[in-house]
Unconditional design. Structure first.
Length: 202
């Protein structure tokens, strides 16, 4: 049974990878053969692509509502607002005595979600907050690349590559998850380090 499911996923992802490679190769061949010039505004349009990630995250919430992972995050942020700390009854039910989320997952980033949740009083505030936090990675990698490559155009290409990177899109769509916030955090850290901005770095 497990082997059959595994082969099913290999089949799906395999054909997806093949289709992506073929489409990319065909696009490259046609653009070189026809000497196509891309519209000047296209890079800026591509930078707006992540908006669909926010829309799909909201649609995912409307479809599944408070599925277990999202419910845990919502409860944690709610308890923070109520002054109870990062408590999660779901975790407590699994391992009695471990109700405080930090006992198993030290993720103080949850406190960043509290202001928006307190202001709008809807779980969707978590989705918006995570989207904004993730999006900090785009300007951060642009400025980092511009410093290194000494070129606005090349830096823009690097930023677009991040936006189009499937893994970056996946972490947007996965759900509320703290570890992935290390992406914008680390990029900003390297940016401040290279610029010798000690305040920003720390």
């Amino acid at each position: 049974m497990i082997e059959a499911e595994l082969m099913h996923y290999i089949y799906i992802y395999g054909w997806g990878a093949i289709a992506t490679i073929i489409a990319g190769g065909a696009g490259f061949y046609i653009s070189v053969k026809k000497n196509l010039n891309l519209p000047q505004k296209l890079p800026y349009v591509l930078l707006l692509l992540p908006i669909y990630l926010l829309i799909f995250q909201l649609l995912k919430y409307d479809a599944h509502k408070n599925y277990v992972d999202f419910a845990a995050s919502t409860e944690i942020v709610y308890n923070i607002i109520q002054g109870h700390g990062a408590y999660c009854s779901i975790q407590e039910s699994f391992v009695p005595g471990s109700g405080h989320w930090f006992s198993a997952h030290f993720t103080p980033y949850y406190y960043l979600f509290a202001p928006a949740f307190a202001l709008f009083e809807t779980p969707k505030a978590l989705v918006f907050t995570q989207f904004i936090l993730f999006m900090f990675a785009v300007p951060a990698i642009y400025f980092y690349s511009k410093d290194k490559l000494i070129s606005k155009d090349n830096a823009l290409i690097i930023a677009i590559c991040l936006v189009l990177y499937p893994t970056y899109q996946y972490v947007h769509l996965y759900g509320i998850e703290m570890l992935r916030l290390s992406i914008p955090l680390l990029i900003c850290t390297f940016l401040f380090l290279e610029r010798n901005n000690k305040v920003g770095y720390w």
